[in-house]
Each structure stands twice: as structure tokens, then as C-alpha cells.
Design a protein around this ligand. Structure first.
Ligand SMILES: CC(C)(COP(=O)(O)OP(=O)(O)OC[C@H]1O[C@@H](n2cnc3c(N)ncnc32)[C@H](O)[C@@H]1OP(=O)(O)O)[C@@H](O)C(=O)NCCC(=O)NCCS
Length: 461
């Protein structure tokens, strides 16, 4: 049942799908200085506590630190006529459904409307109901007359470390405005409202990511993707056969063993939490931008909230450890699932997508310098085995493609494990905090930086 591919429409389709996958949100290398908006043209962002593009950072630290919650207004800014603010009660199944319908239909979509993100309730329960979550940090805008949810923005609490400084912060995510309400300057109003609600809790910093270039990224990573089920990707028009290659050659290129190969590789269990968290914490020390996890948070993010484990099919987070012959946990790895729905395809309804999340390994712990060639060689070998096993698991869980960024120590395995560079880049931003740049794992020519790797140790959904 092979589909004939037309090179022109396929090219467009592939571009669309890559955009959907956030693989080519913004290609910095293609943006000339003129195309990139200047600071003065960022009518909203130039009023916010963020560093400007040309700012020379002398010292890291908060941009303002003189406010208290009492200085913050008790009421939101006025909303557009006919619309009203709301707090989305994500514990109410109906309201949660409003959020995923809004996002599924408006978050990102290819022009031919053939693929769509398939956010599920389970995904949102995991992503939004982490320890310390606040109901009022799920902000929505509804049509007054019908109650239809037309915009959303969320925050979750996180403790960050930026180099040696600790920041009580939030992560902002899932900003979405209905397609019919775009370009009406609603995004700044939503951002101000979430800022107000967060400030009221005496939190003054935020971490957020975007494909778009805003003032001013602290880091930029590149998206990479690894086909797992090449024939299906090709059949649904997700990828095309490269010139000079045959189908069997492509299938062979991406073939993986049937089951995990590492001795002692097994799912993370509740009893492993203390040991795995301490391995993880030690591993994370190498990075300059990290999220700190309490035991409770670690449990949530890597074992999932108990109420999100409805069935294996709706499994969102997958976490594994490697236990050595002495019963010691020496490696940890995790990934999450966020599939696409395929519209209008008689055979396939879903496209499974896995995203590499956090990992840790003790492979180079005996070295003080992580970039020492021997240390790098040891870690490279271990990470190659670890992530290969994860690819195998992802494939056996019906995932068709696996994505990763150039963050963490990923450049040690991306090439070897056949992750291809995407066209997309993800920018990391800090609100109300000046920081020197953090290396995102790409060279000046946007290749994987195998030598320096990345100093970004945080993964955002
Ligand atoms: C992103 C989105 C909310 C922007 O809405 P919009 O209607 O295009 O933008 P508005 O007219 O309301 O506001 C424009 C302002 O918001 C800023 N903005 C746009 N996208 C932004 C983002 N992702 N993060 C922060 N600010 C953003 C713009 O830079 C501009 O401010 P500026 O003049 O200072 O540069 C909307 O396009 C959307 O819902 N897209 C699909 C989901 C998505 O991509 N979400 C973002 C994921 S990072």
C-alpha cells in the first residue's frame, strides 16, 4: 500500500510536519538581522524585565528585586469586550477537555490539516498537576456568551539553578490563542495576567521557551529526530524516500533490536526513587541551567501521577534504570509520549512520538572534568547504549519517531544513534533575570557540538 509521492507537495508537507514537531519553528541561520525584529519593535517585550538583544551583561542576577506581592494589583487587566477571564479548573474533566480541545485545534497544525497534536487528559494531568501546582495558574479566556475557551496560559512552580544561584521560579507553558483571535495583542495581556498571578505568590522569575526569537534567549538548542518506523512515516507522507535510496535500505538503516540490550535495564520503581534521585542530582551538577527536583517532584515527573496511569496506551512518561550486578543503580533515562492524530488516513489514525526527557549516568563520575577525553569516551559509550535501549522501548510502544534536543550531553550520541538535525531551534528565556549565555550544544554552523556539548540541563515539555 505504498503511496506515490509528489516531490513538490511532499516538500511542503514535510516542512509542515517538521513545523508541527517544532522541528523548524524558526531557523536562526536563515534569519537576517533585518528580518529579526529589533528591540524597539517589540512593543510588549521592551516594557518587560528581560535583557535587550544588545545588552552587555556584566553580572548575573534579577533585573528588579524591589517589589512585594502588595505592590501587585489585585485585579487583572481589562479583557477584550465580549470575552472574560477565567481560571480553568483542571480537576474538572469538562474544563480539562476544553483545554485540550483548544490546544489540539489551535496549538500548531500543518497547512493541509493532516496531522494534529493529540494532547490528552492524562498528558495535562502530568504536565500541569505537579507538586505545588496552583489552580489559579491555569488562566483562560472565554467567550462571555457561550463560555467557549479561546485562550490559555499556564504556570507550574519550579526551583531553578542558574550556575551557582538558586531561583524560586515558574515554568510558563501552553500559551495558546484561538486562530480567530490572533494578532490582536492578546498574548501580552495573557502574559501580564499570569505574571500578576505568579507575583501575587511572591515569585518573580519564570522560565519559558519558544521557537520564535524574543528578547533575549539565554540559550538556543536544536531539535533532532530519529525515525523509528520508517515505512509508516513514509506511508503517511511524513517523510519521503531520499534520492538514490530504496525502501528496504531505509528500513534497514533505522532497524533496531527487538528488546533492550543493556544488562540490568528495567523500569524505574517507587523503591528506586531515593537512589535514582541522588544519581540524578550528582549528574545534573555539570549543567548551568537546571531544575531541582524534590523527592515528591521526582516521583511525579518520572513515575507519573497515579491518576494519569489509566492504561498502557495512555502512558505518558516512561522511566528506566540500569541496575548493576551489585544492585546499584548506575544509569537512569526517561522519555515522554505526545502523539499526533492523523486525519483523513484510512490505515493510520495515530503517529507515535517520543521525546527524550531527563537521564543520568555514573559513567564519568570518577573524573572532575566532564570534558576530559577519557571521561567523554566512557560517557559516550554508556549513553549510546542507554538511549539505544530507550529507542527500542519507544518503538515497541508504537512510537514512530523520537525527538531530542542538543541540550544535556546529547551530542555524544545523536550522530551514532542516527538522530537527524531538524530545521528547528528552541530558545530558552528567563523572565526578570540577567544571565550570561548557556551553551545549547550547537556550533556556530549549527552542527551538534560534540566537543563542548551543552550546559543546558533542563528539559521543558
Ligand atoms: C503564540 C501565540 C499565542 C501568539 O499570539 P498572536 O495573536 O500571534 O500575538 P499577539 O498579537 O497576541 O501578541 C504579539 C506579542 O506577543 C509576543 N509573542 C508571540 N508569541 C510569543 C511566545 N510564544 N512567547 C512570548 N511572547 C510571544 C510577540 O513577540 C508580540 O510582542 P512584541 O510586540 O513585544 O514582539 C499564538 O500565535 C498561538 O496561539 N500560537 C500557537 C501556539 C504556540 O505556538 N504557542 C507558543 C508556544 S512557545
Amino acid at each position: 500500500m505504498e503511496r506515490k509521492l509528489n516531490p513538490e507537495t511532499d516538500k511542503k508537507k514535510i516542512e509542515d510536519v517538521l513545523r508541527l514537531l517544532k522541528l523548524n519553528d524558526v531557523d536562526l541561520s536563515k534569519l537576517s538581522e533585518q528580518q529579526r525584529k529589533e528591540m524597539k519593535d517589540h512593543k510588549f517585550w521592551k516594557t518587560q524585565p528581560v535583557p535587550s538583544f544588545d545588552e552587555k551583561i556584566e553580572e548575573e542576577g534579577p533585573i528588579h528585586s524591589d517589589k512585594t506581592p502588595d505592590d501587585i494589583p489585585n485585579e487583572p487587566l481589562p479583557m477584550l469586550p465580549d470575552f472574560e477571564w477565567c481560571t480553568v479548573d483542571i480537576e474538572d474533566e469538562g474544563q480539562l477537555e476544553n483545554v485540550f480541545v483548544l490546544l489540539n485545534e489551535n496549538y500548531v497544525e500543518d497547512r493541509d490539516a493532516e496531522f494534529r497534536f493529540n494532547y490528552t487528559k492524562d498528558f495535562f494531568k502530568w504536565a500541569l498537576k505537579c507538586p505545588g501546582w496552583k489552580p489559579e495558574w491555569n488562566v483562560g479566556v472565554r467567550v462571555k456568551s457561550t463560555g467557549k475557551l479561546v485562550s490559555f496560559i499556564s504556570a507550574i512552580p519550579v526551583d531553578l539553578r542558574v550556575r551557582s544561584k538558586f531561583l524560586k521560579s515558574v515554568e510558563i507553558n501552553f500559551l495558546c490563542i484561538h486562530k480567530q483571535l490572533r494578532s490582536k495583542r492578546l498574548a501580552p495581556v495573557l502574559i501580564k495576567e499570569i505574571t500578576r498571578r505568579v507575583n501575587k505568590e511572591n515569585i518573580w522569575h519564570a522560565l519559558y521557551t519558544a521557537g520564535t526569537v524574543l528578547p533575549s534567549p539565554i540559550s538556543t538548542c536544536r531539535y533532532t529526530h530519529r525515525p523509528l518506523n520508517w515505512s509508516k512515516l513514509c506511508e503517511v507522507g511524513f517523510t519521503a524516500l531520499p534520492e538514490g535510496k530504496t525502501n528496504p535500505q531505509m528500513v534497514a538503516q533505522y532497524t533496531l533490536p527487538k528488546g533492550p540490550l543493556m544488562k540490568g535495564f528495567r523500569p524505574l520503581e517507587l523503591k528506586d526513587i531515593d537512589e535514582t534521585l541522588s544519581l540524578f542530582n550528582r549528574y545534573q551538577e555539570r549543567f548551568d541551567l537546571v531544575q531541582l527536583f524534590s523527592k515528591e517532584e521526582f516521583k511525579h515527573w518520572f513515575l507519573g501521577s497515579t491518576d494519569s496511569k489509566v492504561s498502557t496506551e495512555s502512558e505518558v512518561i516512561y522511566s528506566y534504570v540500569v541496575e548493576n550486578e551489585n544492585g546499584k543503580i548506575v544509569d537512569f533515562v526517561s522519555f515522554y509520549s505526545l502523539p499526533f492524530t492523523i486525519l483523513n488516513n484510512a490505515v493510520y489514525k495515530n503517529l507515535g512520538i517520543g521525546y527524550l526527557f531527563y537521564y543520568a549516568s555514573d559513567a564519568d563520575f570518577t573524573y572532575t572534568d566532564r570534558l576530559n577525553p577519557e571521561a567523554s569516551e566512557k560517557l559516550k559509550k554508556r549513553l549510546n547504549s542507554l538511549v539505544k535501549d530507550v529507542l527500542i522501548i519507544a518503538k515497541s510502544n508504537k512510537m514512530d519517531v523520537f525527538n531530542a534536543l542538543t541540550s544535556q550531553d546529547n551530542s555524544l550520541f545523536l550522530d551514532d544513534l542516527k538522530f537527524g538535525p531538524g530545521d528547528g531551534f528552541l530558545n530558552f528565556y528567563l523572565f526578570n533575570y540577567r544571565a550570561f549565555p548557556v551553551h545549547g550544544g550547537i556550533t556556530e554552523t549549527k552542527k551538534y557540538d560534540v566537543e563542548k556539548r551543552s550546559d543546558v540541563g533542563i528539559v521543558m515539555l
